[in-house]
Design a protein around this ligand. Structure first.
Ligand code: 5AD
Ligand code: SF4
Length: 463
């Protein structure tokens, strides 16, 4: 019988995509996904980790503790820890959790299967590379075999790493410097995905607007032409991307979004803070006013644009006045939604050193709640505004909470639960919106516009 694997993914879409690669590599090596939802039945468990905020580390060590008792009972169980926290903590992971068989980082995802084999014969291995070897095409996760969970949609890496030095952020330390992928490779990959029936792609990078700027040698266009080229690929109905940096979001990108019908009307533009003083201390390279000007320009050019953001509360030195500026900018931006975070010091980052300026946790949580009120107000107004409209949705499947309903996603990236006969995931349809909740919409099916183009796969759970 084939050995089985399960992958548990923490963190961002980049990690989710890396997990698809790890799954693809393990399957190329003869493993099969474990059946059902129970990871603990697998012969190989991979934890693909994140370290962007502190609770991510806590979660990992919690999981490893749980796996320890399992490994005591089944010594042939192999446990691998991959991803950003592995890159950061290296040997420390095996010191804290000696039952881990393999630790590998963000620059050698392509070695997943070999490292597991090596550990099976010679004992535990830790392999962390300092950087991605440029010539090594395999370094780009998209160049590896993949096992996608969703047939109709795919992530496409356009850039790895980040050259910014935001004072709070650990990403540059664990993902390395920015490297853009050649545009022809990206377009070829999207064409291959479309040929395989994929209709929606999400372009991934830490700072997509600086795409191509690191390029020496070959002529590489910047992000706007890339968006147009990907958007023009036959068969692709929706293009999304994440994340742009406000300082680098330029008029040409906005124009490319406005003029490429397949590019969705959704901009996720991380604000982080509305205070100019805090933004400067974060090294973000823009002011609240400039941020708002970019949002206004995008909304003016792109009809019916949804804007979402990330905001950090309690950055070291944040005063009441600074926070009031964040509230004011957030209110004026009228966000359609926001991920809000409490500042979490990441060892090795600049801001983590400013211990004397850390904000009292009680003050931070009070600010956090006040920010949520402002965000929820504009988000709810934006949802309510959809009622009565007919929206284009792509079906995701039966609703998780009510199997009588079907769940789809609008171009603005909102979830809609609607009444319909069962429809295959990937179906393109129109839905009339009848009600708005805080985080989703309700509606009724109007018309099926197009069937999915991918083959139906037997559903498997990757964890
Ligand atoms: N503390 C809190 N939030 C953080 N983020 C990144 N680093 C930290 C940190 N140290 C948030 C930012 C970023 C999002 C992905 O995570 O808002 O945009
Ligand atoms: Fe981190 Fe800033 Fe780079 Fe985003 S742009 S990954 S927040 S350093």
């Amino acid at each position: 019988m084939a050995r089985t694997y399960a992958i548990r993914t923490f963190g961002c879409q980049m990690n989710e995509h890396d997990s698809e690669r790890i799954a693809g590599l393990l399957e190329a090596d003869g493993l099969v996904p474990v059946e059902g939802d129970d990871d603990t039945l697998a012969d190989v468990v991979v934890l693909n980790t994140c370290c962007i905020r502190e609770n991510a580390d806590n979660k990992l060590y919690g999981h490893l503790g749980h796996l320890k008792s399992l490994k005591d009972r089944r010594p042939d169980l192999q446990i691998a820890v991959a991803g950003c926290l592995a890159q950061k903590d290296r040997e420390a992971i095996r010191e804290r959790a000696p039952h881990v068989d393999v630790v590998f980082g963000t620059h050698n995802v392509h070695r997943a299967a070999e490292l597991l084999q090596q550990a099976a014969t010679t004992g535990p291995v830790t392999e962390i590379l300092e950087e991605t070897v440029l010539e090594d095409r395999e370094a780009f996760p998209s160049a590896l075999p993949t096992r996608r969970d969703v047939g109709y949609a795919a992530w496409v890496t356009i850039q790895i790493g980040c050259d910014n030095k935001c004072a709070f952020c650990i990403v540059p330390a664990v993902r390395g410097p920015e490297i853009s992928r050649p545009v022809d490779d990206i377009v070829a990959e999207v064409e291959a995905l479309a040929a395989d029936g994929v209709t929606e792609v999400t372009l991934l990078g830490q700072n997509v607007n600086s795409f191509g700027r690191d390029g020496a040698g070959q002529p590489r266009p910047l992000f706007a032409p890339l968006l147009r080229a990907v958007g023009a690929v036959e068969g692709i109905r929706r293009v999304r991307y994440t994340s742009p940096h406000p300082k680098d979001l330029r008029a040409d990108t906005i124009a490319a979004m406005a003029e490429t019908p397949t590019v969705c009307e959704h901009l996720h533009l991380p604000l982080q803070s509305g205070s100019d003083r805090v933004l400067a201390a974060m090294h973000r390279g823009y002011t609240g006013e400039r941020y708002l000007a970019k949002v206004a320009a995008a909304r003016a050019a792109i009809d019916d644009l949804a804007v979402t953001t990330d905001i950090i509360v309690g950055f070291p030195g944040e005063t009441d006045d600074d926070f009031a500026d964040t509230l004011a900018v957030a209110a004026e931006a009228r966000f359609d939604g926001a991920y809000t975070f409490i500042y979490s010091p990441r060892p090795g980052t600049e801001a983590a050193e400013r211990v004397d300026q850390f904000v009292d946790p009680a003050v931070v949580s009070e600010r956090y709640e006040r920010l949520r009120v402002v965000i929820d107000r504009s988000a709810q107004a934006a949802y309510a505004e959809r009622v009565g409209r007919v929206e284009e949705v792509v079906v995701e499947g039966p609703s998780r909470t009510n199997p009588d309903l079907t769940t789809g996603r609008t171009r603005q990236n909102r979830l809609v639960h609607f009444t319909a006969e069962p429809l295959r995931a990937g179906t393109l349809a129109t839905v009339e919106i009848t009600r708005a909740g805080g985080h989703s919409l309700r509606g009724e099916l109007r018309e099926v516009l197009a069937a999915p183009r991918h083959r139906t796969r037997i559903p498997v759970v990757a964890g």
